[in-house]
Design a protein around this ligand. Structure first.
Ligand code: MG
Length: 233
């Protein structure tokens, strides 16, 4: 499910190539309620520098799309209107730093809590790529062609990294939230980069790579002078 789709432009317009940061929500942008689900506005708290990092990415031309599993809905822990309210509340916090997201998608589905009305979102639940695919379709309808080779999936869980890999995006793990580094090793889904937090992932890896690419358009290597570390497969 998504919030705030904008108007579809006419189909004859030329597609504009865009780079996108697909971001997990809980444990990546805002503090996760570890072992539970965020279900009140009081529990929404920005992780340090997350908003600043997103603002940097936006000024560098990236579109921001939030991709979040919200199985608390299927489990009856949080209502769907409340999830929407929480998303809008987070958007207002981000807007104060010029870091608002362009689109947001959430999956209410959980395989152990089957609800007929949520079955259609089974393939939206990360590590499945339904939400990413839907976002790419919605952006195409607005005249934007997502360049997956220049786009990233950033999250704190193994399913985020796996979703990024499955969707053909550059996967990055952040060591905030659940920081599932060992899960990534166990399940053989190595992220391209491991960052202490979202700000580092954006400022010291993604934007640093962009600068290197500009300086050496023919041949360039990923920055290795950053705060994070590449993970061996
Ligand atoms: Mg998370």
């Amino acid at each position: 499910m998504t919030q705030g789709k904008s108007q579809v432009s006419d189909s004859y317009s030329v597609m504009t190539k865009v780079k996108v940061l697909f971001l997990d929500r809980d444990g990546t942008i805002i503090y996760d309620k570890l072992g539970g689900y965020i279900s009140t506005l009081e529990q929404v708290s920005m992780l340090p520098r997350a908003d600043d990092g997103i603002a940097l990415a936006k000024s560098a031309g990236y579109k921001i799309v939030i991709i979040t599993n919200q199985a608390g809905i299927a489990k009856g822990i949080v209502t769907e209107p409340r999830v929407i309210e929480i998303n809008e509340y987070m958007q207002r916090m981000l807007r104060e730093k010029n870091a608002e997201y362009d689109l947001i998608y959430y999956s209410p589905y959980h395989p152990h809590y089957p609800k007929p009305e949520f079955e259609k979102f089974a393939l939206w639940r990360k590590p499945e790529t339904g939400m990413v695919d839907e976002a790419i379709k919605d952006l195409a309808a607005e005249g934007f062609e997502v360049d997956r080779s220049q786009s990233y999936f950033i999250g704190d869980k193994q399913v985020d990294v796996a979703c990024g890999i499955n969707a053909g995006l550059h996967p990055i793990l952040v060591l905030t939230g659940y920081a599932e580094q060992s899960q990534c090793i166990l399940r053989q889904t190595p992220p391209e980069y491991i960052a202490p937090d979202l700000y580092d992932a954006i400022a010291n890896y993604i934007l640093a790579k962009d600068v290197l690419a500009k300086d050496a358009p023919v041949s360039h290597a990923a920055a290795d002078t950053t705060g994070g570390a590449a993970m061996q497969p």
